[in-house]
Design a binder for this molecule. Structure first.
Ligand code: SER
Length: 603
């Protein structure tokens, strides 16, 4: 049985039991107060609260999830950042009894796992901050269904109470199924039970019994209807079904691990602990990064973009440790797409964009990493010699961030390896200040160039907008901005497109831009909500980077009111296109897989 079968059998099992199959939602949640999708129930949150579900009251899904909370654990055999979560859900339909019955039936009767290896935990109850009683009901159900009390254990809220996601929402006590991988207790003997960290048990399935609503102030009240939300990591289940002891040895990861073996001339199994950890971390991070990028997240220094950048840079660092050759990120990303492309078609359709992003991130960061690490080592050496205090100041950490692009976590990791601490609080204060300054600075993008040069740059900026629209007219709507760089002398525009652009097409593009310049279109700015801008068809560059309110530049014909270009953009622009003079493309070339680059001037 491979992971493909396991995924399918889960969905089929619940379909047979009258559940509607729901597609995975994006990793970029529609509820923007949460950074990423971390659980299967997230897209159904409202249905637990009483809103009518379009799927009916019983749903099953396999949901893409990304959790930064486990990032430090990645590198062992069970923890991941990205995971596929299998889950069945009841919105006011069945409750504990059926949820437990289905779980056992699926694992034992359908998949054929040994029942003796299943151990369970239930909620012990809490007194504070609000009294919630022990979940005796679940305990009895498990026993009735043949799990002896010797394999049932009670835990408190930390292990057996789940939710809500975000600041408010449904939550409740849980019952978890743990799988006994070795059958052998560690030195704790009888006390080696589920949640022991010796590696004997792996938590397989979390059954949440949503009975409560938690409000913004942390108060619990009973929900009008009870619900079930379960979550089981496909990777862990595949590991158990494929009878191995590490998720990295399943068919979901093995091809990536083998590719790293090829690139590093190292055997994973023969590696020392740190090498094996590097293999695993790279494999996890590259997979997560591919899925994040496929859902429209770009590496950046903010929020979701930062998470993506952070895992890519961590992967590059571990890659350095294994001495992987340049370009390894794209080679591994291709592997990931190969493994998952048939299940998640978005990976295939975004392949060119993903590879280009990774290539450019690797090119940028590899060099900085080398220089920055040297700088870092010098810094530590100096400190050891001068005062012996093993703390890196916030200013020093910020210097590494600003100059070499070291995410704080990377600096912390490097520091830890030499027993140093980092003054995070100070770092964060400096970062905040820096971000405020750069936000304010967007408006004066071309400031500081001198008046004439500034004017030329602004003209080229407007020409870039015309160019993007002309490209989309000639080459199709698949064209998307991937990068732009403007100097007072020329514009440079990178965009997604897989083929070389023919001479004829280039001429056509040039002609359209010049026509629009001659028509003397008006360039007008309007401020509006981000969503409204998208509804109006404005082109957006970074999916994840915009504030709620944005400015939109439209270039249109005053008489006919026909809009030629509309983009979300911070400006600045000129007012009339006639000011641009004559537009000329001076070079067209490739700028990475699936990306073309055009340089153009105004005469
Ligand atoms: N929401 C629970 C979890 O994420 C069960 O799906 O673990």
């Amino acid at each position: 049985m491979d992971s493909f079968d396991v995924r399918k059998r889960f969905l089929d099992f619940f379909k047979k039991n009258i559940h509607k199959i729901a597609q995975s939602s994006s990793l970029l949640p529609s509820d923007r107060s949460v950074l990423l999708t971390t659980a299967g129930m997230q897209q159904f949150k409202e249905y637990f609260l009483g809103k009518i579900s379009p799927y009916g009251n019983r749903v099953v899904s396999c949901q893409k999830c990304f959790r930064t909370s486990d990032i430090e654990e990645v590198g062992d055999d069970f923890h991941l950042t990205f995971l596929e979560m299998l889950g069945n859900f009841s919105f006011g339909d069945y409750f504990k009894k059926d949820a437990i019955k289905y779980a056992l039936e699926f694992l034992v009767d359908d998949l054929g796992l040994e029942k003796d290896k299943l151990w369970v935990t239930v909620f012990k109850g809490i007194k504070k901050p609000q009294f919630i009683s022990k979940d005796l009901e679940s305990k009895e159900i498990w026993q009735e269904l043949g799990i002896p009390k010797e394999r049932i254990f009670e835990f408190g809220a930390e292990d057996n109470f789940w939710g809500p996601t975000g600041i408010e929402g449904p939550c409740g006590p849980t019952s978890e199924i743990h799988y006994d991988l070795t059958g052998k207790p560690c030195k704790k003997g009888k006390n080696c039970v589920p949640n022991c960290d010796c590696g004997r048990f792996v938590e397989l399935w979390n059954l949440v019994f949503n009975e409560y609503h938690k409000d913004k102030n942390g108060n619990l009240s009973l929900l009008k209807q009870k619900g079930v939300d379960t979550g089981m990591g496909l990777e862990r289940l595949a590991m158990v079904c494929e009878k191995t002891n590490s998720i990295y040895k399943t068919d979901l990861f093995l091809p990536i691990i083998q590719e790293i073996e090829k690139l590093s001339y190292n055997k994973y199994e023969k590696g020392r602990k740190r090498e094996r950890k590097s293999f695993k971390t790279i494999a996890d991070h590259i997979r997560g990064a591919v899925f994040l990028a496929a859902d429209g997240i770009f590496p950046s220094n903010l929020d979701r973009g930062y998470i993506l950048r952070r895992i890519l840079r961590r992967a590059i660092r571990y890659g350095e440790f294994l001495k992987l050759e340049n370009g390894f990120l794209t080679i591994l990303a291709k592997k990931v797409i190969e493994i998952y492309g048939s299940v998640y078609p978005e990976l295939k359709s975004k392949e060119a964009n993903i590879l280009t992003l990774f290539q450019s991130e690797e090119e940028k960061f590899s060099k900085a990493l080398e220089k920055g690490t040297r700088e870092f080592e010098k810094l530590l050496e100096k400190k050891k010699q001068s005062n012996g205090v093993k703390i890196l100041t916030g200013k020093e950490a910020f210097y590494l961030y600003e100059t070499y692009g070291f995410p704080l976590e990377l600096t912390k990791e490097l520091a830890k390896e030499s027993d140093f601490d980092v003054d995070e609080k100070k770092f964060k204060a400096l970062l905040k200040k820096h971000q405020e300054i750069s936000r304010a600075g967007v408006k004066s993008k071309f400031g500081g160039l001198g008046k004439n040069a500034e004017k030329e740059a602004i003209k080229l900026h407007t020409a870039t907008h015309l160019l993007q629209s002309a490209l989309r007219k000639v080459l199709g709507e698949g064209v998307r901005q991937m990068g732009s760089d403007i100097t007072p002398k020329r514009l440079r525009f990178d965009f997604s497109y897989s083929n070389k652009i023919t001479e004829k097409e280039l001429k056509k593009i040039e002609k359209i831009v010049n026509q629009k310049i001659k028509e003397d279109l008006i360039v007008e700015r309007e401020d509006m909500k981000y969503k409204e801008a998208l509804d109006k068809g404005a082109l957006a560059f970074f999916n994840d980077k915009y504030p709620e309110k944005v400015s939109v530049y439209s270039i249109y014909n005053v008489k006919t009111k026909k809009v030629f270009s509309r983009e979300i953009c911070a400006g600045p622009h000129i007012k009339h296109t006639r000011e641009l003079g004559c537009f000329e493309i001076i070079k067209e070339e490739s700028s990475g897989a699936g990306i073309r680059r055009i340089r153009a001037i105004l005469k």
